[in-house]
Design a protein around this ligand. Structure first.
Ligand code: THU
Length: 144
C-alpha cells in the first residue's frame, strides 16, 4: 500500500482527539489560545505538539511545527495525517479560527507533502474539515 493512502474515518478521529489532548499542554499565557497538533507517520506512530509562546512574541512556536519537529527528532520522515485542534476557538466560530498559519503550511509542504490535514471541531473534537496539504498552499515555494 502506498505510504500516502487516505486516512480512514477512525484515523481522522484519532488525529483530532490526539491534537485536542495535546492542546491541554500548551504554554500560551499571552494569547490564551491553546493549540494542539498530532502527526501520524507511515508506520502508524502518532507524534504530538502544542503551541509554546514567549514574552518576545515573535518567538512563539506553533503546535504544528512543534509536532513535526518532535516527529522528525524520533526518526519519522513520511507522514499521512496532521490533526490540529484550537481548543479555545469560540465554539460558534467556523474554520477561520482553526486553520494552520502560513508558516506551518510551508513546513507541511516541505516535511509532510502527502499528508491530509484534519481540523478538529468544537465541543466534540470531531473532525470538522480535511484537506490535503497541497490544497492549503498552492504554488508553494520549494527548492529542488
Ligand atoms: N498558533 C498555532 O499554534 N498554530 C497555528 O497554526 C496558528 C496559531 C498559535 C500561535 C500562538 O501561540 C497562538 O496560536 C495565537 O496565535
Amino acid at each position: 500500500m502506498k505510504a500516502s493512502h487516505p486516512l480512514t474515518p477512525e484515523e481522522r478521529e484519532q488525529l483530532a482527539s490526539a491534537a485536542a489532548a495535546a492542546a491541554i499542554h500548551a504554554y500560551a499565557p499571552y494569547s490564551r489560545f491553546r493549540v494542539g497538533a498530532a502527526v501520524l507517520d507511515e508506520d502508524g506512530r502518532l507524534h504530538i505538539g502544542c503551541n509554546i509562546e514567549n514574552a518576545s512574541y515573535g518567538l512563539c512556536l506553533c503546535a504544528e511545527r512543534n509536532a513535526l519537529s518532535t516527529a522528525l527528532a524520533t526518526g519519522a520522515r513520511r507522514f499521512r495525517g496532521i490533526g490540529v485542534a484550537c481548543i479555545d476557538a469560540a465554539p460558534g466560530l467556523g474554520l477561520e479560527g482553526r486553520t494552520p498559519c502560513g508558516a506551518c503550511r510551508q513546513w507541511m509542504v516541505e516535511l509532510a507533502p502527502d499528508a491530509e490535514v484534519v481540523i478538529a471541531g468544537g465541543e466534540g473534537r470531531q473532525p470538522m474539515a480535511v484537506w490535503p496539504v497541497s490544497a492549503l498552499l498552492p504554488e508553494a515555494f520549494r527548492l529542488t
